[in-house]
Design a protein around this ligand. Structure first.
Ligand SMILES: Nc1ncnc2c1ncn2[C@@H]1O[C@H](COP(=O)(O)OP(=O)(O)O)[C@@H](O)[C@H]1O
Ligand SMILES: O=P(O)(O)O[C@H]1O[C@H](CO)[C@@H](O[C@H]2O[C@H](CO)[C@@H](O)[C@H](O)[C@H]2O)[C@H](O)[C@H]1O
Length: 455
């Protein structure tokens, strides 16, 4: 074990020290999901000293903390977040921007509390833990193969739902911020895909957990890669087509789907399941209209798209029953990475972060991911001036052709299904943009306008 062994604190004892600091700091974090609602209090589920707080140097405290907020349906547990806090008597100038505050009371009174992941010494310690399988209080560390020692850490500053650290340009560790019981699909699916020999995902090499909850996953870092969103925008800016890339992305998506269907449970999609899926889409639309009233004029037209899907008799052109299966769940260009050799990888299998874990892990028609990517070509085209609708249409066609090539199923053969999933995604995007990036709202609204009009 690296440095000194850990201890587990009685969690409640730390709250008087931490609660006043976190009250200010937590709601400001990009990954804090409860924005716009008051924070009434905190409860600590676990508190683990990865590095003792009363040692000579800095301490590293791992917390699973519940944030009590109003407005949750009865019986819904408060959101639980994972925090890694550094604790020092004084914070050196290079770490000053990471300061959360100085505790005034309780066992940490007078000590500085700061973002532990931004301290290379503490981030390095976490990597050392991942190298060493075993348990540490409530935390369990596992790995698939030996890892090299002492890789220098750096934190990614991307706008993320979680937090990621790169170690020596060899590995990337994603620390999940909002944590729920149950395997996180971002570990479960890449592990299953790697096990099935699918080369389209960076295979997890280590992870850590508490109870049944996944807390972090270490994967190879694709250092010479660029993400599909950047590549698409570059192509647009240079007046280039992106059809070859889109076709390869279609093939990559199909490879992922085929491997997931071969290794994880699938369910037949008969008429009843189809109408339930259509009803769920209509219910999401109703909730979205409440949240974003600009959707109201389109409600009737959009409901008709879902009703058409609900009436639809699912049958494949080869006569087989359609299947629901595990899918990516939030596929878009930003979730794809292309390495210098031209190979595409798919990342971030967590699904839509706002949805409950159980819902994200449910089998769904694979067209859900196809629709997500088709929406993404439209997004890329719409962020470019002048708007290049033809570019997006050609990418969309090439992507479907690539998907058909690798899976034998052309998503365009089932337009009612595809339109319903594109509409469901556009409705999700309207709510997402209204909440996070209001300037982007016209992008999904343009799609809503088109889809509600039946074109
Ligand atoms: N294996 C990887 N290799 C290189 N970069 C990666 C890798 N995995 C993730 N990234 C980079 O990290 C960013 C955030 O990762 P992501 O899994 O999307 O996190 P989040 O769930 O927080 O959005 C990605 O946009 C990508 O640029
Ligand atoms: O990447 P995340 O898992 O955090 O996904 C969320 O944020 C995405 C934006 O970063 C959002 O994607 C939408 O915007 C993209 C362009 O920035 C576009 O390519 C996607 O097609 C569009 O859906 C995603 O919906 C949201 O869940």
């Amino acid at each position: 074990m690296p440095e000194t062994a850990s201890t587990t604190r009685a969690p409640a004892a730390l709250l008087p020290s931490l609660a006043p600091l976190l009250h200010e700091w937590l709601p400001r974090q990009r990954w804090f999901a409860g924005k716009g609602r008051a924070v009434n209090g905190f409860a600590l589920d676990t508190a683990t000293e990865l590095l003792p707080l009363d040692g000579p140097g800095p301490g590293l405290l791992h917390l699973l903390i519940r944030v009590e907020q109003p407005g949750l349906p009865a019986g819904t547990p408060a959101d639980c977040y994972q925090l890694l806090l550094g604790v020092r008597t004084t914070v050196p100038p290079r770490l000053a921007p990471t300061l959360i505050g100085r505790a005034r009371q309780g066992p940490l009174a007078g000590r500085a509390v700061y973002e532990g992941l931004r301290d290379p010494r503490l981030a390095g310690l976490l990597y050392e833990r991942l190298r060493t399988p075993g348990t540490l209080g409530p935390l369990r560390f596992a790995r698939t193969a030996p890892l090299p020692p002492a890789l220098a850490p750096r934190m990614l500053d991307a706008e993320q739902s979680n937090s990621s650290l790169v170690f020596g340009d060899s590995y990337i560790l994603k620390i999940f911020r909002r944590v729920s019981p149950g395997a996180n699909p971002d570990l479960e699916l890449p592990l299953a895909l790697a096990g099935a020999g699918c080369a389209r995902v960076p295979a997890p090499v280590a992870w850590f957990e508490s109870g049944s909850a996944t807390l972090g996953v270490l994967q190879p870092f694709l250092r010479d890669s660029r993400d599909g969103w950047r590549l698409a925008l570059d192509a647009l800016a240079a007046g280039r087509e992106f059809t070859e890339e889109a076709q390869a992305l279609g093939r990559a998506t199909a490879e992922v789907h085929t491997a997931l269907a071969a290794t994880l449970p699938t369910e037949p999609l008969h008429r009843t399941q189809t109408s339930q899926l259509a009803e769920a889409m209509a219910a999401r639309l109703d909730a979205a209209v409440q949240a974003v009233p600009a959707l109201l004029p389109y409600k009737k037209g959009l409901r008709e798209v879902f009703a058409e899907y609900g009436r639809h008799i699912p049958a494949r052109s080869d006569g087989a029953t359609r299947l629901a299966q595990r899918v990516h769940g939030d596929l878009h260009l930003g979730q794809t990475l292309r390495t210098a050799d031209g190979a595409w990888s798919v990342i971030d299998f967590e699904g839509e972060p706002a949805k409950p874990l159980a819902e994200r892990r449910r089998p769904q028609p694979p067209v859900r991911d196809v629709a997500g990517m088709l929406r993404s070509f439209d997004y890329a085209a719409r962020t470019h001036r002048p708007w290049n609708d033809g570019w997006a249409a050609r990418c969309r066609a090439a992507y479907c052709a690539g998907y058909a090539e690798a899976s034998g199923l052309d998503p365009r053969e089932d337009p009612a299904l595809l339109r319903a999933y594109e509409t469901d995604k556009a409705v999700y995007e309207v709510v997402y943009e209204a909440r996070h990036r209001p300037d982007w709202l016209p992008v999904p609204m343009a799609a809503i306008h088109r889809l509600a009009a039946g074109s």
